[in-house]
Ligand binder design. Structure first.
Ligand code: FE2
Length: 353
């Protein structure tokens, strides 16, 4: 059974409920990392839940909302949130600044080409290579920032952000947006913990020095895609904790249900799309789903989106937080895992082996 573009699942144990063993083969030149991933119980959904998270933002624990959050995370792995507390003016300002940046000549943008820390400009039409059977070209360009940190030989994914010359508005807009949406991330973290029956602060320790990345995306129109390895973003599941996505009104995001059908996640005003990543699926021991998705911009217009990839600290060990069974699962280092995945997904970043 195929799971996204990076994780291969096959059943090995029925006795432990949802346990499946996966092989995540990260083919660095010197090693292959093998990890286990519990299978999610994602259903044959056709619609994505829309949740008003106002009470969670206010610090309340509304059991109805927490239950709905659990169902969305378990059955779909995607949800919309409204009443999230983030100003839409911040979003619009960043979208406009990003559009200006992407309209610059390629040579200008390439001056800040993406570095081995995944910070900088990701060129249009980048090619992912994840083995002979899994290579793809994504018709997307992006610009990434992370938490601005000095280079550190002990923390290979830390480094200073790169910024384009003469575009202070982009820098200002990205930093304001990063701050605001990372606050929302902390709210959602608390919700996920409560939904899993964990202490509400259970996730906080994992995000003390996060590898969170903010990215702005531009997708040129693509009306006649012929293969799913040659589209806006090729099918994949997100690698980290979870993602908070703003998308414009072009549409094009699709998510895959358990039957393999692609289900549209259309734009809804004043919402963010939330989806869980592989690490949250592992933390939740398969109760929550890291669901494959893709983007095809058939709108005849330039599409813009803004994902915040909420990723834990590089130095933490990842293992299920619920019903951990050392016979069926191992603990692995998040930073190594993330770096190996980024190396395969973004060869243009030239992450050393
Ligand atoms: Fe994604």
């Amino acid at each position: 059974m195929r799971f996204g573009q990076r994780v291969f699942l096959r059943p090995v144990e029925k006795s432990a409920g949802y346990w499946y063993k996966s092989l995540l083969q990260l083919q660095a030149s010197t090693r292959t990392l093998i990890m286990t991933l519990p299978q999610s119980r994602r259903l044959d959904f056709s619609e994505i839940p829309i949740l008003d998270v106002g009470s969670l933002v206010a610090g309340d624990d509304d059991p109805t909302l927490i239950n709905a959050l659990h169902r969305a995370c378990a059955d779909v792995g995607f949800l919309y949130v409204r009443n999230h507390g983030v100003s839409m003016a911040l979003v619009e300002t960043l979208k406009e600044s990003a559009a200006t940046f992407f309209a610059a000549p390629v040579a200008e943008k390439m001056k800040i080409v993406i570095d081995p820390r995944i910070q900088g400009y990701l060129p249009l039409g980048y090619r992912s290579y994840e083995g002979e059977n899994r290579a793809g070209t994504s018709h997307q360009e992006g610009f990434w920032i992370g938490h601005d940190r000095p280079l550190n030989s002990d923390a290979l994914l830390d480094g200073p952000n790169q910024w384009p010359d003469g575009q202070p508005h982009l820098r200002r807009a990205m930093l304001l947006y990063f701050d605001a949406v990372e606050s929302l991330a902390r709210v959602l973290m608390r919700g996920f913990a409560l939904a899993l029956g964990l202490d509400e602060h259970r996730f906080a320790d994992f995000f003390k020095k996060p590898l969170t990345r903010l990215k702005v995306n531009h997708y040129p129109p693509q009306n006649t895609p012929t293969a799913d390895n040659d589209i806006g973003v090729v099918p994949h599941s997100d690698s980290g904790g979870f993602t908070i996505l703003w998308q414009d009104n072009c549409g094009g995001l699709e998510i895959q249900n358990k039957n393999g059908e692609w289900v549209g996640a259309p734009p809804l005003e004043e919402t963010f799309v939330i989806n869980l990543g592989n690490i949250m699926q592992i933390w939740s021991n398969g109760r929550f789903s890291s669901t494959p998705h893709r983007v095809i911009n058939r709108s005849n217009r330039d599409r813009y989106s803004i994902p915040l990839f909420v990723n834990p600290s590089a130095d933490i060990g990842i293992r299920p937080l619920i019903d951990f069974d050392s016979n069926h699962s191992t603990t692995f280092n998040y930073g190594t895992y993330q770096r190996d995945l980024w190396r395969q997904t973004f060869p243009v970043a030239k992450i050393p082996a």
